[in-house]
Design a protein around this ligand. Structure first.
Ligand code: 5GP
Ligand code: ZN
Length: 113
């Protein structure tokens, strides 16, 4: 499997891990767009939101729960933060392994796209 994020999960590619459990891994983005920029990913390889099945929906809820908790731990929850998932080419998805961005620590752009 040559997926970058699967290699991060297996430890082949080093990363700055901030949280993990059986289902998800959270680590700092290598090219942060904000003072806090963490990626929350499922440990199972799911290519994108578009390919999510109905039984995988609870996983999204869990990813959001983990991101919300990390936002508190990173001290950005009170001032606010953004959770974002890119999907496909027009959505700006570069890595084809589902990931939730947690961005915070500065006033983010009003534009989403
Ligand atoms: P996308 O554009 O697909 O929504 O986001 C992919 C994100 O993964 C980008 O923000 C990029 O900086 C991050 N990224 C890509 N390769 C690596 C890597 O090897 N390590 C880490 N920590 N982040 C990565
Ligand atoms: Zn993968």
């Amino acid at each position: 499997m040559d997926c970058i994020f699967c290699q991060i999960i297996s430890g082949k590619i080093p990363s700055d891990i901030v949280y993990q459990d059986e289902e998800v891994l959270a680590f700092r983005d290598i090219n942060p767009q904000a003072p806090v920029h963490i990626l929350v990913i499922p440990k199972r390889h799911i290519p994108s939101l578009d390919q999510l099945t109905e039984d995988e929906l609870p996983l999204i809820a869990h990813m959001v729960e983990v991101a919300n908790r990390l936002a508190k731990e990173e001290g950005v929850a009170q001032k606010g933060y953004r959770l974002a998932i890119s999907c496909g080419q027009d959505g700006g998805q570069v890595v084809p392994h589902l990931h939730l961005h947690l961005l915070g620590g500065r006033r983010l752009s009003d534009e989403l796209g």
